[in-house]
Design a protein around this ligand. Structure first.
Ligand SMILES: [Mg+2]
Length: 234
């Protein structure tokens, strides 16, 4: 086996717990809308605005992996339906910025930053997310050589595009890389299909059982360096 050069990391539910982040960002987003565009929040509750967003995607399936554009475009339509026709695109863009800012307020899992810092001394680190978290806005981002979102490559994991981007940037082969992520399909199956090794992050209280395809898994960030070491030297 070749030496491992690259570690790819998923973000949501791998570096931090995603649900409280999204819930908080949705709340900030809706509060902002109720201040700035009260006619919209009279017409749409948080739930019905979410339902409208889902329904918008069914009419625009091409936006499935363009989640920022999807949120902005569906809000533009909801604003127009609420009587803000002429300013709808501008208002939607501003509200999206508020959401995006709030969405970056993450709390790393215990010991994550220490471990990432140590791993960065020996490996190239690249983050690969289907979401719109921006690691370059986080202190831990300084340890990463690059950060890619599905929107950058117009395809989400488990499709190969994000993994291939990381291999290209790190200038290495699939068998010189380990992908670390929580999702059994997007992360584990996606990485394994391309020939990367995969370590499953089982850090959520309701994490699925480790997948048979995963080369290893971890429940505590402090255990990750040993798991990587074992795969590197086998
Ligand atoms: Mg994830």
């Amino acid at each position: 086996m070749k030496k491992i050069k690259l570690l790819c990391f998923d973000l949501d539910d791998t570096l931090w717990l995603s649900r409280p982040v999204i819930e908080q960002a949705e709340q900030v987003f809706y509060n902002y809308l109720s201040d700035i565009t009260p006619e919209l929040t009279k017409r749409f509750s948080p739930e019905s605005l979410r339902a409208h967003r889902a329904e918008y995607l069914s009419r625009h399936p091409e936006l499935e992996h363009q989640i920022s554009q999807w949120r902005t475009a569906s809000l533009t339509e909801a604003l127009a339906l609420s009587g803000y026709q002429s300013q709808s695109a501008n208002l939607a863009r501003q509200a999206f910025e508020v959401f995006l800012e709030a969405r970056q307020k993450i709390t790393l899992f215990p010991h994550c930053e220490d471990v990432i810092g140590r791993l960065s001394e020996n490996y190239i680190l690249i983050s690969l997310t289907n979401g719109n978290a921006d690691l370059s806005r986080q202190a831990v981002g300084k340890y990463f050589s690059a950060n890619y979102q599905a929107e950058h490559v117009k395809a989400a994991k488990p499709s190969p595009e994000l993994f291939l981007k990381a291999l290209e940037i790190a200038d290495c082969q699939a068998d010189e890389a380990i992908h670390i992520g929580d999702h059994v399909i997007d992360d584990v199956s996606g990485a394994k299909a391309l020939g990367l090794l995969a370590i499953q992050a089982c850090l959520k209280p309701d994490s699925p059982l480790p997948h048979a395809l995963a080369d290893d898994h971890f429940h505590d960030w402090r255990d990750l360096p040993d798991k990587i070491q074992r795969l590197t030297s086998r």
